[in-house]
Structure formats: structure tokens, C-alpha cells
Design a protein around this ligand. Structure first.
Ligand code: ADP
Length: 476
């Protein structure tokens, strides 16, 4: 295993700073690396490099850009074990999930390697026979990419893949808890020959100051952000000052609806994936389980039995299903949400309410959830299942839509017409029908309402990185 990269990556060079910040293992606080704490001046240098590189990169033949992206994806897969171990160390997630994340992350590079050559334009029949009307798609320019800590590789590559395929250059600011994964990808990008300045990384512990400075840079023409709704709103507000384009993938509050004719075993299997992936710390995590009354008891019973089997522990242990949450603040927040629900009458049907002192949180199932409880409106981001019953399909849909978020919704039912009817009624950018895992590089990932806008992955994922140019040509 080569040494972990721990400096800023600017214009094809590793740049060490005097100021450094510590990256630690969420399981036991063991130090992993001291990383260069990039300042505003370094962010400026990275933006200048991205701006310089843009001219050459955007003019390269698209299939050539695709070839480099494909090589980077393959390089990630060749190194998947090392990358997975690094992810488990800085993020804490179970090693089998880290491995899945590396493959998922690489799949975006492979996907956009193909899409690079498919940034098609169009010709439009003109009303004037002496005219020809053409539409082309041009890269928007240098892009600033801000990513969260929960999927350090995948949140990066689904932006990086689309941006580089379109011909944009990138300055990435990873989350302060997990900068090492992004630096590892930068190292591989350098190895496969991505030109200097095309992909730059500025790790920083001062997200608001240095991140804000980066986003405000004149040369940055687009911002792609994944993180909290609160920060997303701030970023959009600030971007208005320069009318930069913005894509926001923000928080969720996903309903998981189980109707009376559902295959309950399939629903439980889907629930485990939708709830416990990354120890509950995903924006697509099922946050509110809404179960039609006739099957509420049976579903809760099967769920209890399955959840009781989950192994909680250190991410590097191959048996582990649920690892530590990212930091102490997360542990306290989850404990607070459970305490609030119990105080307002929720019943604990499995587990013990967490005390907020340990980051290792054992799964808890609560039922009797009501809309007054804070966890009904708040992304729990931890291994806590909140169950509520609904009298019928209409009530279930109303409960599911009782949120300002709209990222994903899940529904379980065997009835084909009902599947589509409910999927159409659910207010979300994505719906899983008898499916607990919707994320895949081929499909458009993204939300509505307070979950943001823009789509990542799929043939649509590149749109946010291109401007349409219309050319009217007179030929006679
Ligand atoms: P999370 O709850 O996932 O930590 P955040 O929105 O706080 O969500 O963080 C997501 C990303 O946004 C991280 O990379 C973080 O450093 C960055 N970030 C947080 N605040 C700001 C800000 N004011 N400006 C720019 N980036 C920020």
C-alpha cells in the first residue's frame, strides 16, 4: 500500500501547507493522517489552474476524454481493496460497503467515459429556407465540487465523471472528515494521465471560509454540491451574486411505505438496505416507515427478527453490518431524536435508546410515531427505524408526502396498478417500487423540493455541465 496522499493537489502537483488538520478513525479516534489545510490563496491557485487547463481540455476530442475517464475507473477497480480500506478508516463504514462504494464510484467514471462521446447537438428545421439552425452543447467552464463525508468516492466521481466528460475542469473540496479518498482518486488520475489542472483538490478544515472563497471565484462557472439543505440554500444564495449555475443534492426524509398486499419478506429485505446502508447515514435512507394497519404487526415482527441479527462493530471487521456514526455530534443528534420520540409516546420495540456518548449505535426500532415527534421531520442519519401505521393507501400517501423533502420514496405492494398509482402520487425525485436500493450510474439521481435539483448519473447527468449554443446560419 503506497503512502496516503495528504497534501493539496493543484495543477498536477502535491502542494504542502504549513497548516494541517487531523483525519481520524471514527471508531476509535486513531489518527490516520495530518492533511494540508488549504487556505484561500491555495483555492485561488487551484481555480487559476483549472481555468488555464480548461482551454486545452475542453478542446480535446470527446472520445479521448472518455478514454481517460475509463482508465481512471479501471484504475480504481484495480486498487479496490486499498481504496476500500482507506474509506473504512476515515469514514468508519463496514468494509463490505466500502468495497461496494469503490465499485459504485468507479461505475460513474465508466458510464461517463461512454457519455463523453454522446454529447449530441441537434439541427432544427427553419421556417426560412435560407437558414440552417444548429444547436451544440459546450462545457460550462471550471466547476467547483463540494462533497460530503458519507460516500467520499461516489459523491466525487458522479460529479467528476460528468464534468470531465463534458470538457469542464474541476476544483474539488472534500468534506473535512474524509479528504483522503478524494486525494487517493487525484493520485490515480495523475497516474492514468489526466492533464495537470484538469482535476484539483483543496482539502480544508475551514469549509465556510475556504469553501465559500472557492465558490465565489470569478472563473468558477458552476457549482455542484452534495450536503445539507441548510448549506445548499446558503450556497445558492451566494451563487446568485455571480449567477453561477448550481446543482444541489441535499437532505432527504424518505418514506418507506408497506401496503397491506406487500410481500413482507421482500419489504424487510429492502428495509434493511434502505435503512442500514452506511449505518443509516445516507440521504436516501428510509427515515419514516409507514405501514398499512392490517400488516403492521406482522411487518414489525419480521423486521425485529431481521434487525436483531445485524452485527454492530468496527468497520474493518468483515462481519460488521453497522459501524460507528461519523462523529460525536451525530451520535448526540440521534440520541436526542430518539429521546424526543420516546418522551412524546413512541414505544421502543427493539434495542435501547442510545445515550449519545458512544458513536457505536445499536439499531433501535420505535413504533407509535406521530408527526409531532422531531424525527418525523428530521433526517435521522443513524440506525433508528421509526414505524407509523396508516389506515389505508390514501392515508399512507398523505403521510409519505408530509415532508418538505423529496429525494426518494419506497413502496412495497404486489398489485401492479397500485405500484404505479402510488409511485406517481409520491412527491419525490426517485421511487423504489419493491426495491430498497435505487442508486445506479445509469439512472438520474436527484430530488425535488428541499432535496434540491439537478440530476447525477444517467444520460441527463451531463446536462448540468453544458450550455446549449444555438447557431443560426444563412446559406443563401
Ligand atoms: P453534512 O451534514 O453532510 O456534514 P454539510 O452541508 O455540513 O453536510 O457538508 C457538506 C459539504 O459542504 C462538506 O464538504 C462541508 O465541508 C461543506 N460545507 C459546509 N459548510 C459550507 C459552506 N458554508 N460553504 C461551502 N462548503 C461548506
Amino acid at each position: 500500500m503506497s503512502e496516503v496522499k495528504r497534501d493539496a493537489f493543484i495543477d498536477g502537483r502535491w502542494v504542502a501547507g504549513e497548516a494541517r488538520f487531523a483525519v481520524t478513525d471514527p471508531f476509535d479516534d486513531a489518527p490516520i493522517a495530518d492533511v494540508t489545510d488549504a487556505d484561500e490563496a491555495m483555492a485561488d491557485t487551484a481555480v487559476a489552474a483549472a481555468e488555464r487547463a480548461f482551454a486545452g481540455w475542453s478542446r480535446r476530442a470527446a472520445p479521448e476524454r472518455g478514454t481517460l475517464l475509463g482508465a481512471l475507473g479501471a484504475r480504481m477497480l484495480a486498487d479496490e481493496r486499498r481504496l476500500a480500506e482507506l474509506c473504512t478508516r476515515e469514514n468508519g463504514k463496514p468494509i463490505k460497503e466500502s468495497l461496494a462504494e469503490v465499485r459504485y464510484a468507479a461505475s460513474f467514471l465508466t458510464w461517463f467515459a461512454g457519455e463523453a462521446g454522446r454529447v449530441y447537438g441537434e439541427t432544427i428545421p427553419a421556417s426560412n429556407p435560407a437558414q440552417r439552425l444548429l444547436v451544440t452543447r459546450e462545457p460550462v467552464g471550471p466547476v467547483a465540487v463540494i462533497t460530503p463525508w458519507n460516500f467520499p468516492y461516489a459523491m466525487l466521481t458522479r460529479k467528476l465523471g460528468a464534468a470531465l466528460a463534458a470538457g469542464c475542469t474541476v476544483v474539488a473540496k472534500p468534506a473535512e472528515a474524509t479528504p483522503l479518498g478524494t486525494l487517493a482518486i487525484a493520485e490515480l488520475a495523475q497516474e492514468v494521465g489526466v492533464p495537470a489542472g484538469v482535476f484539483n483538490v483543496v482539502p480544508t478544515s475551514r469549509a465556510r471560509e475556504v469553501g465559500g472563497h472557492l465558490l465565489a471565484a470569478k472563473a468558477i462557472r458552476k457549482i455542484s454540491f452534495t450536503g445539507s439543505t441548510e448549506v445548499g440554500m446558503l450556497i445558492m444564495k451566494n451563487a446568485a451574486a455571480d449567477l453561477k449555475r448550481v446543482s444541489l443534492e441535499l437532505g432527504g426524509n424518505a418514506p418507506f411505505v408497506v401496503l397491506s398486499d406487500a410481500d413482507l419478506d421482500a419489504a424487510v429485505a429492502g428495509a434493511l438496505v434502505a435503512k442500514f446502508r452506511n449505518s443509516g447515514q445516507t440521504c436516501v435512507a428510509a427515515n419514516r416507515f409507514i405501514v398499512e394497519e392490517p400488516v403492521a404487526e406482522a411487518f414489525a415482527g419480521k423486521l425485529r427478527a431481521a434487525v436483531a441479527e445485524l452485527h454492530v462493530g468496527r468497520g474493518s471487521d468483515p462481519r460488521t453490518d453497522v459501524g460507528p456514526v461519523i462523529d460525536d455530534a451525530a451520535a448526540r443528534k440521534i440520541a436526542g431524536l430518539v429521546a424526543d420520540a420516546v418522551k412524546r409516546g413512541a414505544r421502543v420495540v427493539l434495542g435501547t435508546p442510545p445515550d449519545g456518548a458512544s458513536r457505536l449505535i445499536h439499531p433501535v426500532i420505535l413504533d407509535g410515531i406521530t408527526p409531532e415527534m422531531a424525527l418525523w421531520r428530521t433526517e435521522i442519519f443513524g440506525p433508528v427505524i421509526a414505524l407509523r401505521t396508516a389506515a389505508d393507501e390514501g392515508a399512507a400517501i398523505a403521510q409519505a408526502n408530509d415532508t418538505e423533502y423529496g429525494l426518494v420514496a419506497y413502496v412495497y405492494t404486489r398489485d401492479g396498478a397500485r405500484q404505479l398509482r402510488v409511485a406517481e402520487a409520491l412527491e419525490a425525485g426517485m421511487v423504489g417500487v419493491n426495491e430498497g436500493l435505487v442508486s445506479t450510474a445509469q439512472a438520474p439521481f436527484g430530488g425535488i423540493k428541499h432535496s434540491g435539483f439537478g440530476r447525477e448519473g444517467s444520460r441527463h447527468g451531463i446536462d448540468d455541465y453544458t450550455n446549449l449554443k444555438y447557431i443560426a446560419q444563412r446559406i443563401g
